[in-house]
Design a binder for this molecule. Structure first.
Ligand code: GTP
Ligand code: ZN
Length: 218
């Protein structure tokens, strides 16, 4: 699969102003990058690489689309608070990027995610629900990340994530992850089980102490 840069523009948000870049893959699927303090368009060739190397690597968040969490404020997951917190952290640093990947439902798409939610309504956990539908636990790929980051001159990142797969994938595809920055926000009574499943069955790096006493019996 190849990924092509299409266009960019300024995007003022409640967290501050970002440069929004649109990329498209061979199938016409669009991915978005929000960047701050990174070169845009022709600025890249004018950037002094020596100077860039002396600064800490940019803070980067690879965020998978979650319509229910990102747009509707769903309490079933932690996506909305993670996105907002990452945007704030990157603005506070003045340098970094959000890669917003259109891989809804861990890559199984919105319809299948809602089918999985229906199974969760019957008591199955997030992992089993995918498997019961005959779908992979996680169908995401991250091939687009290296070319998207290269577009803004980035080949080393401090990655905001609890998911070790993302660190491994970037490293394998030529992006050096100098630090993993944990992001545990938006824990509530409705998503504590979901987070515990990610920790216990999907290898996410979530420590017990992040949970309130009510959630510690897992
Ligand atoms: N299939 C499925 N997808 C879900 C479910 N809950 C959230 N998602 C999707 O999961 C993706 C987010 O992945 P997460 O597993 O929450 O977190 P992550 O991105 O792997 O890891 P972090 O970087 O630590 O946030 C988004 O695409 C959501 O739409 C669910 O119950 N079933
Ligand atoms: Zn979500």
């Amino acid at each position: 699969m190849s990924y092509q840069f299409i266009t960019s523009a300024k995007l003022p948000t409640r967290h501050g102003e970002f440069d929004l870049h649109v990329f498209e893959n061979d199938d016409g699927q669009e991915h978005v990058m929000l960047s701050v303090g990174l070169p845009v368009g022709d600025e890249q060739s004018a950037t002094d690489n020596t100077d860039q190397r002396q600064r800490p690597a940019p803070l980067v968040r690879i965020h998978s689309e979650c319509l229910t969490g990102d747009a509707f404020g769903s309490l079933k997951c932690d996506c909305g608070p993670q996105l907002n917190t990452a945007m704030q952290a990157i603005q506070a640093e003045g340098c970094g990027a959000i890669l917003y990947l259109r891989q809804e439902g861990r890559g199984i798409g919105l319809t299948n995610k809602i089918r999985a939610y229906a199974l969760q309504d019957q008591g199955h956990d997030t992992l089993d629900a995918n498997l019961m539908l005959g779908l992979p636990a996680d169908a995401r790929i991250y091939d687009m990340c290296a070319p998207m980051l290269a577009h803004v001159g980035v080949d080393e990142v401090r990655l905001i994530t609890n998911n070790p797969d993302k660190v491994a994938y970037l490293t394998k595809h030529g992006v050096n992850v100098s630090e993993r920055v944990p992001l545990v926000v938006g824990v509530n009574d409705m998503n504590a089980e979901y987070l515990a499943t990610k920790r216990d069955r999907m290898g996410h790096l979530l420590d017990k102490e992040f949970y309130t006493a009510a959630h510690l019996n897992k």
